[in-house]
Design a protein around this ligand. Structure first.
Ligand code: PGA
Ligand code: ZN
Length: 424
């Protein structure tokens, strides 16, 4: 049996140039695993607490040296001597050492960093690929799907807090048809991505790219982004509604203020009911396969109405609403507030708790969308995680930029590996 000999961490930069944690685990028999954790920009208020130094003299207050110290001096030593294959016991030890409900004492970023690096070590010790080790861990909490390659939600245009352009909605996606292989879907997405880039340039609308690698243009309205999609998809020769579909992460919190929503498609602000009507019109025109965070994170009644009125055609996904939190998820299930869960391990702060949340969503018959964060590193852990929990969908940003393609390319590798093993 291998045991944990040492855990140590350091501060590195994420894709936005903001510090995050890189973490190492060493066993008594000399194995080493490395992992780094992501961070959000449009974070929900119900997420576990990400510890930042708040020392304005370093990285504008965004340093993570306290979290690093917490790993090196408290949390790491707490799990030394433990068996890295006992993920649940280790996560429980980390949670009880912190002792707060939202992991605010030592930081959810510090706790997840250890949880993830231990999970990677578990894969090494078990001599299984990471995705299949995660599948095994899923079984221990009652999940039983086996592995599955997810359909990617490919983010083409970034707005809201993620883009320097003028759009209000955060993510405009192209979603390959479910019957496409992962490789085919990625190719379709990359072709459309490049064509959208050319068309935006022709309109004089490219501003830059956003946090997740999608273009961040200035356009007249949010709906105009979909006009560009339709035009671009036609030019690539793929058929909308057959080869690929459209979807949105609205991230409505970012344009919600004092009970009203402000978007550039309308001259005056909108009530929840007016926004719902707007979504229905958008859906009639563009057939949205998935819509995420359509309303403010605590507007439970509006979520309920949205689900009642649109879920026959569209998957209603909760991100800031649920915050990968079991209590909020159970409330959303009982109130029928949505029917798919965005899953981000760093919103709850440990692998075991994330698996438990997925189990609750599965028991309710919900779809699972495993997600990156806007601040990422080249760590592709989340790709293996999506496969290991048999998520229907994975969202890792645009099919461009190193930290995004690290994950998509990892999914391609896993697809090859799974195919090879099937045919062996
Ligand atoms: P975030 O964005 O990582 O900035 O929270 C991703 C999302 O909202 O899904
Ligand atoms: Zn979101």
């Amino acid at each position: 049996m291998s045991t944990i000999k040492r855990i140590w961490a350091r501060e590195i930069l994420d894709s936005r140039g903001i510090p995050t944690i890189e973490n190492y685990c060493q066993t008594d028999d000399g194995k080493i695993s490395v992992s780094s954790v992501p961070a959000g920009t449009s974070t929900g208020t119900h997420e576990a607490v990400e510890l930042r130094d708040m020392d304005e003299k370093r990285y504008l207050g965004q340093g993570v040296l306290k979290a690093v110290e917490n790993i090196n001096n408290v949390l790491g030593p707490a799990v030394v001597g433990m068996d890295p294959m006992k993920q649940a016991e280790i996560d429980q030890k980390l949670i009880s050492t912190d002792g707060t409900e939202n992991k605010s004492k030592y930081g959810a970023n510090a706790i997840l960093a250890i949880s993830e690096v231990v999970c990677k070590m578990g894969s090494q010790v078990s001599q299984k690929p990471l995705y299949s080790w995660i599948d095994d861990l899923g079984v221990t909490v009652g999940l039983k799907q086996g592995v599955r390659l997810p359909t990617p939600l490919l983010n083409m245009i970034n707005g809201g807090k993620h883009g320097a352009g003028n759009l209000d909605f955060q993510e405009f996606w192209v979603i390959p048809a479910i019957h496409k292989t992962f490789k085919e879907g990625l190719q379709i997405g990359a072709e459309v991505y490049q064509t959208i880039g050319k068309n935006l340039a022709q309109r004089g609308a490219i501003h830059s790219v956003g946090h997740e690698g999608g273009y961040a243009p200035n356009l007249f309205t949010n709906a105009e982004a979909f006009e560009v999609f339709v035009e671009s998809i036609k030019q690539t020769g793929h058929a909308l509604g057959r080869d690929l579909f459209l979807g949105l992460d609205v991230a409505a919190d970012s344009f919600y203020k004092d009970g009203e929503y402000h978007i550039r498609d309308r001259t005056s602000s909108m009530s929840d009911d007016q926004l719902l009507e707007f979504y229905k019109q958008l859906n009639n025109q563009y057939k949205l396969q998935i819509i995420e965070d359509a309303f403010f994170e605590d507007a439970w009644g509006s979520w309920q109405k949205l689900t009642a009125e649109m879920s026959s055609t569209t998957i209603i996904a909760g991100d800031d609403l649920l915050a990968t939190n079991p209590k909020r998820l159970k409330k959303a299930i009982s109130e029928k507030a949505c029917n798919a869960a965005i899953i981000k391990p760093n919103q709850i702060g440990s692998i075991t708790e994330t698996l438990q949340v997925i189990k609750i969503a599965r028991d309710a018959g919900w779809k699972i969308i495993v997600s990156h964060r806007s601040g990422e590193t080249n760590d592709s852990f989340i790709a293996d995680f999506a496969v290991g929990v048999a998520a229907e969908y994975a969202k890792f940003g645009a099919p461009a930029r190193g930290e995004r393609v690290a994950k998509y390319n990892r999914l391609s590798t896993i697809e090859l590996e799974v195919e090879y093993l099937k045919n062996k």
